[in-house]
Ligand binder design. Structure first.
Ligand code: HEM
Length: 457
């Protein structure tokens, strides 16, 4: 198949300055539909097949949307396809998420025990503590009737859960400030240069200087976490595992900078994604009162007035299904990126060394060949084992194969408990545009945020 020439690619590259990020390079293809920029990629996948090569300036991007090809790239031939993070280096540094091969394995293996399901029971009281802090704030919002942006709320909650459960720290930084800085940075990555942006209802200008300030603020977070006093002096935490790696002479690569960058990685990869899932779930539930009522009923039946335990998480079946269905409709990581490190063939397309591969999970999640009524919000589909679903690799919110998300299972515990506890006390009312318009940056975010008003039940 001949590569498709992307219209306007050169024009946009000139307009917005040179840029390393693949998400920036894809931007000419994301302009077709204002409320859902991904729809044009979905149409391309439908029209041209599961493997679509596109020439973007000097680079070739291959858009992949078939589960069998996801398996090929992520599992069967995973070593031929390496990570690509140029545009995100200042966010992740040299954290394991950016590495490949033996070095990646050396860094991931010793941290793995912190994400084993056996560890979750220990984390639950800390997740609950963070949720209770959020509830206090929402109680105030309910009292004074103010509207607020939800992703910022869930981001600060997710950051608090990670600090408390994995690092044994109360958040030693202002999460609202860090959130704003990180957003500033990722938005500048997407559209380099100065542009007008609306945030929290205010018009403000993002400049290169803001971006530099944002990176500086971001880099100050891990040292603050490390220097903060332990909250409960727990022996088994992720931070303790990371510190042990730095002290271990058999892993010389795991130096102090590696520790700093691992913390950055957890606070971004583990916070942004978890927060978006919870915010989108609250948006979907606000549009489906019957589903919301079912979450409340389940929470009351399983928890009553008690605080949750690990056994309760297993019983919150419907609430967990809401989270799974949310990640199908709004996968926070809508596309995984790899670079071909060896010549290969996918479908009938020859892959060249250096090709950028975009594994377009969003497309498979919305494909009627794999899902009945793919656009419908139907949490029940996750409870009905006989339903038409789960062609293998048709659902990849956490990626697949050896590089799949280390914290995926834990994030589902965090978000299931958060939904159960928050909806037991509050009715979050979505007051923004319906359907909420999307912004496809590194993650799938709501364009302009998700505005809510809070009510106590
Ligand atoms: C809804 C929540 C989450 C989603 C949707 C999500 C999604 C993903 C995806 C798709 C990947 C694979 C990226 C690739 O193959 O290129 C990934 C990797 C990763 N995630 Fe998550 N994630 C979530 C929560 C978390 C949490 C809670 C943590 C930790 C606290 C975490 C830490 C990581 C790390 C460290 C990696 C890199 C793993 C490696 O390179 O070996 N994530 N995540």
């Amino acid at each position: 198949m001949n590569a498709i020439e992307a219209p306007e690619a050169h024009e946009h590259a000139q307009q917005l300055g040179e840029e390393q990020s693949i998400w920036f390079k894809l931007s000419p293809l994301l302009k077709g539909n204002i409320s859902n920029p991904l729809s044009i990629l979905v149409q391309m996948a439908e029209r041209y097949g599961g493997v679509v090569p596109v020439n973007l300036g000097s680079e070739r991007v291959v858009l992949i949307s078939e589960p069998e090809h996801f398996k090929h790239v992520l599992v069967s031939k995973a070593d031929n396809y390496i990570k690509y993070f140029d545009g995100l280096k200042p966010i992740f540094g040299k954290a394991m998420i950016t590495h490949d091969g033996a070095l990646w394995q050396k860094i991931r293996m010793p941290q793995q025990p912190a994400f084993h399901p056996d560890a979750f029971a220990d984390y639950i009281p800390f997740f609950v503590a963070a949720i209770k802090t959020k509830m206090e704030q929402w109680g105030d919002y309910a009292k004074n009737g103010q509207s607020f942006e939800m992703v910022e709320q869930t981001w600060t909650l997710a950051a608090d859960m990670i600090c408390k459960a994995l690092f044994d720290r109360d958040m030693p930084f202002n999460p609202h400030v860090v959130f704003k800085y990180v957003k500033t940075y990722t938005d500048v990555q997407e559209h380099k240069g100065i542009r007008q942006k609306k945030q929290s209802g205010e018009q403000f200008e993002i400049t290169e200087a803001d971006a530099a300030k944002a990176v500086e603020a971001w880099h100050s977070v891990p040292p603050a976490v490390m220097a903060a006093p332990p909250r409960d002096h727990r022996e088994k935490t992720l931070l303790k595992l990371i510190e042990a790696c730095v002290a271990d002479p058999s892993i010389p690569e795991f130096d102090q900078q590696q520790a700093v960058d691992e913390i950055k990685q957890y606070l971004w990869a583990g916070t942004e994604t978890t927060a978006l899932t919870l915010a989108w779930a609250l948006y979907l539930l606000s549009q489906h009162p019957e589903a919301s009522a079912r979450v409340i009923a389940e929470s009351e039946a399983v928890l009553g007035d008690r605080e949750p335990t690990a056994a309760d998480y297993t019983s919150l079946v419907y609430t967990r299904s809401v989270i799974q269905e949310t990640m199908r409709l709004y996968p926070p990581v809508w596309g995984l990126i790899r670079v071909a490190d060896a010549a290969d063939k996918i479908g009938n397309v020859d892959i060249r060394v250096g090709d950028r591969i975009v594994l377009f999970g969003y497309s498979a999640h919305h494909n009627p060949r794999f899902w009945d009524e793919p656009e419908a919000f139907r949490p029940e589909r996750w409870m009905d084992k006989s339903a038409k679903r789960q062609v293998k690799y048709s659902y990849i919110p956490f990626g697949a194969g050896k590089r799949s998300c280390i914290g995926g299972a834990m994030s589902q515990v965090e978000n299931t408990l958060a939904l159960a506890l928050l909806l037991r006390r509050f009715r979050p009312e979505y007051v923004g545009q319906v359907p909420a318009p999307l912004n496809a940056t590194v993650t799938l975010t709501p364009k302009g945020g998700l505005m809510f008003r809070m009510h106590e039940l």
